[in-house]
Each structure stands twice: as structure tokens, then as C-alpha cells.
Design a protein around this ligand. Structure first.
Ligand code: SF4
Length: 643
């Protein structure tokens, strides 16, 4: 029962059909000048159709100097209003409400993105973006307050139901408030009173433009999680000021770019990480306006509980809605088991965004491609499809092919479906990968596909089945490097470790410091092993997205995992490992186990055989080239759709 989550609520004059909010997440789908594109519109419309109560569109820059991402949506000029109006109409068609998040990046951008000087309260570079900003003059501050006001006017003209002022995550408004980024000595800096001036002037100016009845939400970082930054005690005081200033709801987030793991929240950050802060703010303001909780709330059971316990009035479920736009609908129809859960991997969304790419989702190939495919519609010609390999790519291919009406037969040589997902879910903080595996397996099992497990498909199988097309998704296998002594009893692969199919002694050397090597090292350290990771590169975990990597490296240091970079294992001899590093040759003795984690190579023997027979085939995922799950899943989706 989700009575609280599904109950309507009022934010100022705005009535919402339920308590589920889609918070602002930059997509990089807009045009270069910030205009709404069809893609941007469809992405939001599909989520409105999925039943969400309120959509807050991505951080929308109010002034060209405040742009933070290449294809971010803007509201800095009147010409952008028409496109924004089309967007609000598209969302209203499906009964959701829509707010725009007004923002200026301040120092958390670069002049390469803005095409002009980066500006901030003080000339202190953002530790992530590194560019020294120009200190804003009083006149320039007034100009930016006005830019927020004009943006608010445009928002109302465009048909938005509310405005959210982005006062969080270390952007300009937050920069003024925080002693960490504001070192001014004039009326905009120094005392708390002075640091609150810019945010409160923005609120006042926005209110003047939109009128007394128009809902204004304010987003805060309750804690900045940096030395010298704002704490919950500061934000409690500020929250009371905001309520006095007439805002209609508070959205309680956390972090700035330097503590970006708290903004981005990889799977190692606990689910519901800011709920207690939301509760503290709600208490501080005596519940005078609704409070929205955010932060890895992906599970509707948790969302319901947050509201039931009175910790917040609404919940933001951002990445949860990237993964499954129909989450609210499935909740209201009691189809919880069918929800495609976000797994907190950041692979498809935030990691891509911070490479200035458009976002998607590891498990949902439709995210950002909403109008390109109609998965529910039958294919033009029904085919007999044999999928070989029940890992992420094969499962997705089987799921989509079955949805399109094809006759699907799935072969998996292991006794269980899931492939590499089973291994990947084993290291610390990776268990949510099981949610992805469970979703795909359940969907394929329900689809009517014939599933054959524990049997290897070969040419004979294909000749017997006589498929119209074969999809080969046989995956990859570990690379064994050519090192003298590599073939001996105490040398195993990371897969052996994670599958629990080999004994591991006390003292371990892991060869390879990529994601798999580091995660396996942590897994072993948690079991009391003394682990050394050896890698040829000058840094480890280079293939891991920045926030996830930062947390992983911290944990490795805490767990006393020794890391040798720019080093190469030259020889293994019994319990001795000979390593060549920058300072010459060293030897580690008394080693019980050597673990190989230097990457994978395609398992493509069958692929070559089928090719030679001239049978129509598609190959997907790691058997083409070992890559990430997202590549396998999205390839499986596209190939199966195109049959
Ligand atoms: Fe969640 Fe990963 Fe999808 Fe991002 S890519 S929405 S973190 S499942």
C-alpha cells in the first residue's frame, strides 16, 4: 500500500496528483543555444505519462555566464519561451505538473562552456573546474539578480506551474551563501546576514515577477560536506529566512562539486542519504511549507516510509525515473515487481554527463531515445530468433525480441542466467547489480521465450533449431598475460575469486588495477587478506567514473590495500612475485595467491563458426569487444528491435 506516496498535495497554489517528484537532472539534450529540442520534450513527456506528480526540469541557466554544460537548456532570452511552452504543454497533456529550475553555475563551469568569463562571489577556483573566476562587481550582482527575475517572468509566460530556485550543489546562489566560496568583504560577504543577501534578493526579485500566488520551491544543500562549508545548523537558520521570504517548498539536497559524491551519490552512498537532513529542516521550519526529500530514493517502499514517518512531504526520485519512467504508474497499479530499478552505477547518466555527453541509463536504452522506438509494436515480420548467451546483452535482446512478437529461444551454458552480472554484483557496494539481473531475467521468463540453461549451444544446436536469425552474446573471458610462472596452482583470475571457485591465501598480489582489479582487492581485504595491487599505469581505477572512483580509492586506503603503479609483474615463482617499477626490480615473497585482473577478451569461437556457415547473425556485447554492461544492453536492445 502506498497511500501516502500517492496522496495529492498542494505546494502553494499548485495541486499535485501524488508526492513523487522528478528532480532536476541535466540531460545535455537541448540545442547549443539552450533551446528545447524534440528529444528534450519527449524525454519529459514520457515521464509525465508514467504518472509522476511534479517534474522539475534540469538546471536552466538564466544568464549566458551561468551555463554549465554544452547542451543544457536555457531561459536567458525571450526567444527561448516558445520552445519551453511546447514542453510545458507536452507534460500537461499527461496530468503532471512542471517546474523550471532557475540556476547560474557561478564558478562551477568553464569559459569553454560559457564562451565568456567565469564569475563568482570571490576569485577562488572551484577545486573541480580549476578556472579562477572573476569576482562579481556590485553592478554585475544586480544584473544577475535581474536575470533571475526575467527568467522567472519567462517561466510564467512559458506555462510552468512553479519555479525552483537552485540554491544548492555549490552553484552561484550557494556560493554566495557559503563561507567556503564567499570571501567578500562588502555587503554580500562576511557575516551570515551578508552572505544570505544574494539568495534572498533572488527570491524577492523572482516573487515580484511571478506574483504572490505562484509557487516557488527553493533547493538547498543542507550540508556542503567540505571543510569550512555550510552545515545543517546554518541551513536550518537559512531555511527559516526562506520561509519568511515567502517560498512555498524546500527541496533538501547536499554537497558541492568538491564533495560531488554527495551530489551524484554512487551506489556506495546509502539510499535515502539526505532524509534525516530533510527531517531536520522540516522541524526547523515547523512544517510551515512542504519539504521534498532527495538522495538515492529509488525504492517506493522507502519513499512511502519517508512520508509516513513525517520526515518529508514529497520525495524526489531522479535516477529511479531515468531507469523506469513508469515507476509511479507501476506503484499505483501494484506492479512493484515490474519496476526496473536504478542500480546507482552512474554509468549511463552522471558519468556521461561529466564527459559532456548526453545522458542515458545502463538498463533503459530508451532513456533519451523515447520517440525512436515503439517496443510494444509488433515487428514487420515474425522470426525465429536464437539468442546464445544469457548475460546482460543476451537477456535484453531476448526480452525485446519477445516483446516485438518474435519466437525466441535463449541458450545459456551456465545453470543460471545473468552472465557477468553475477560476478559484478559480488564486490562491496555492487549488490544492486542483482536488481538489474533480476529485472531482465524476470522479464525474459515472463515473455514466453524458451529458455535453455546449462547447455552450450553449438553448430548442431543451430542446425536443429533452424532459426531465421542468431544473436550471439557469448561474452568475454579473462586475458591471461604472458608472464613467466603465470601457470601455477596459486595463480587464479578475479573471476575465480568473485565466483568463489578458488581458494585464496592470506597474502595476495592482484595484477591489474582497473575496476575489476580494485574491486576484487577490496573484496579480499574485507575478508582479512593482505592485498597489493600492481598496475602498469600511473593510477588505478582509471576506468571508473570520478565520484565512484574517489570513494573506491578512499576505501582502498582505509583498508590498507597497497597500490604499486607504473609497475609490472615480471615473474612469478612459487611464493615470490618479481616486480619492475620506477625504482627498479623488487621482490615480494611469502605470497599465497596471485590474482589476474588485466581485462577480458571476446569469447567469439562460436561466432566465427556461425559466420563461416553463412547463417544470418548479429553479435552483441563483449563477444564483439569487451566493454561495459551498458554497451551490451543497448546493443542487445537495438539489434533485437531491428530484426
Ligand atoms: Fe541509475 Fe545507473 Fe541508470 Fe544512472 S545509469 S539511472 S545510476 S541505473
Amino acid at each position: 500500500k502506498f497511500n501516502e506516496l500517492l496522496k495529492p498535495i498542494q505546494i502553494g497554489s499548485m495541486q499535485l496528483r501524488n508526492r513523487i517528484v522528478m528532480p532536476a537532472m541535466v540531460t545535455n539534450y537541448a540545442a547549443a543555444d539552450g533551446a528545447v529540442t524534440d528529444r528534450f520534450k519527449s524525454y519529459h513527456q514520457v515521464r509525465a505519462k508514467g504518472g509522476v506528480g511534479l517534474i522539475i526540469i534540469e538546471a536552466t541557466y538564466v544568464h549566458p555566464s551561468g551555463k554549465g554544460f554544452k547542451n543544457q537548456v536555457g531561459i536567458y532570452k525571450d526567444e527561448l519561451v516558445a520552445g519551453l511552452r511546447e514542453l510545458t504543454e507536452a507534460v500537461h497533456e499527461y496530468g503532471a505538473r512542471i517546474a523550471v529550475q532557475l540556476y547560474h553555475a557561478g564558478r562551477q563551469t568553464t569559459s569553454k562552456v560559457t564562451g565568456m568569463s567565469v564569475v563568482a562571489p570571490s576569485p577562488i577556483p572551484c577545486p573541480v573546474k580549476h578556472e579562477t573566476p572573476k569576482e562579481l562587481s556590485i553592478d554585475e550582482i544586480k544584473e544577475l539578480v535581474e536575470a533571475f527575475g526575467q527568467a522567472a517572468r519567462r517561466a510564467k509566460e512559458a506555462g510552468f506551474d512553479a519555479i525552483e530556485i537552485h540554491g544548492a550543489h555549490g552553484y552561484l546562489i550557494n556560493q554566495f551563501l557559503s563561507p567556503y566560496s564567499n570571501k567578500r568583504t562588502d555587503e554580500y560577504g562576511g557575516t551570515f546576514e551578508n552572505r544570505m543577501r544574494f539568495p534572498l534578493e533572488v527570491v524577492k526579485r523572482v516573487r515580484e515577477e511571478v506574483g504572490a500566488d505562484f509557487p516557488i520551491i527553493y533547493r538547498i544543500s543542507a550540508e556542503e560536506y567540505v571543510t569550512g562549508g555550510l552545515t545543517i545548523e546554518d541551513t536550518k537558520v537559512f531555511a527559516r529566512k526562506l520561509v519568511e521570504a515567502g517560498i512555498n517548498a524546500l527541496h533538501v539536497s547536499g554537497g558541492v562539486y568538491e564533495s560531488s559524491a554527495m551530489i551524484i551519490q554512487p551506489a556506495a552512498i546509502s539510499q535515502g542519504c539526505f532524509v534525516e537532513n530533510a527531517a531536520a529542516i522540516k522541524k526547523a521550519i515547523n512544517g510551515k511549507v512542504p519539504v521534498i526529500a532527495v538522495g538515492r530514493i529509488k525504492d517506493p517502499v522507502m519513499a512511502e516510509q519517508v512520508i509516513q514517518e513525517g520526515k518529508a512531504d514529497l520525495v524526489s526520485m531522479g535516477r529511479a525515473l531515468l531507469a523506469d519512467p513508469e515507476l509511479p504508474k507501476k506503484v499505483s497499479e501494484g506492479r512493484i515487481q515490474e519496476i526496473r530499478k536504478c542500480i546507482g552505477c552512474n554509468q549511463g547518466c552522471v558519468d556521461r554527463l561529466f564527459q559532456d555527453l548526453d545522458i542515458s541509463c545502463i538498463s533503459n536504452a530508451l532513456t533519451g531515445h523515447e520517440t525512436e522506438f515503439d517496443v510494444g509494436s509488433p515487428a514487420n515480420k515474425m522470426k525465429k530468433v536464437l539468442v546464445i548467451g544469457g548475460g546482460p546483452g543476451g537477456l535484453e535482446a531476448a526480452r525485446v525480441a519477445a516483446l516485438r512478437g518474435h519466437e525466441v529461444i535463449l541458450y545459456e551454458r551456465e545453470d543460471e542466467l545473468g552472465g557477468q552480472m553475477q560476478i559484478a554484483a559480488v564486490p562491496p557496494h555492487k549488490e544492486e547489480i542483482n536488481d538489474l539481473a533480476d529485472f531482465l531475467i524476470n522479464q525474459v521468463e515472463k515473455s514466453g521465450a524458451i529458455i535453455v540453461k546449462g547447455k552450450e549451444a553449438d553448430l548442431k544446436t543451430i542446425q536443429e533449431i533452424k532459426p531465421d536469425v542468431v544473436i550471439v552474446a557469448t561474452g568475454a573471458e579473462p586475458v591471461i598475460p604472458e608472464i613467466p610462472g603465470i601457470v601455477q596452482e596459486n595463480v587464479i583470475t578475479a573471476h575465480d575469486v568473485l565466483r568463489d571457485s578458488a581458494n585464496v591465501g592470506k597474502k595476495v598480489v592482484v595484477i591489474g588495477g582497473g575496476m575489476v582489479g580494485c574491486e576484487t582487492a577490496e573484496f579480499l581485504a574485507d575478508r582479512g587478506k593482505e592485498v597489493t595491487v600492481v598496475d602498469i599505469l600511473d593510477e588505478v581505477a582509471a576506468d571508473v567514473g570520478a565520484p565512484t572512483r574517489g570513494l573506491l580509492l578512499n576505501r582502498m586506503a582505509e583498508k590498507k590495500i597497497k597500490i604499486l603503479t607504473k609497475s609490472k609483474v615480471k615473474e612469478i615463482s612459487g611464493d615470490r612475485v618479481i616486480i619492475e617499477g620506477e625504482n627498479g626490480i623488487t621482490e615480494i615473497s611469502g605470497i599465497d595467491t596471485v590474482v589476474i585482473a588485466v581485462g577480458s577478451k571476446p569469447k567469439d569461437d562460436l561466432l566465427k563458426l556461425i559466420e563461416a556457415e553463412g547463417i544470418p547473425l548479429y553479435s552483441i556485447g563483449d563477444c564483439v569487444k569487451p566493454r561495459r554492461f551498458m554497451d551490451a544492453i543497448h546493443e542487445g536492445f537495438r539489434k533485437a528491435y531491428s530484426l
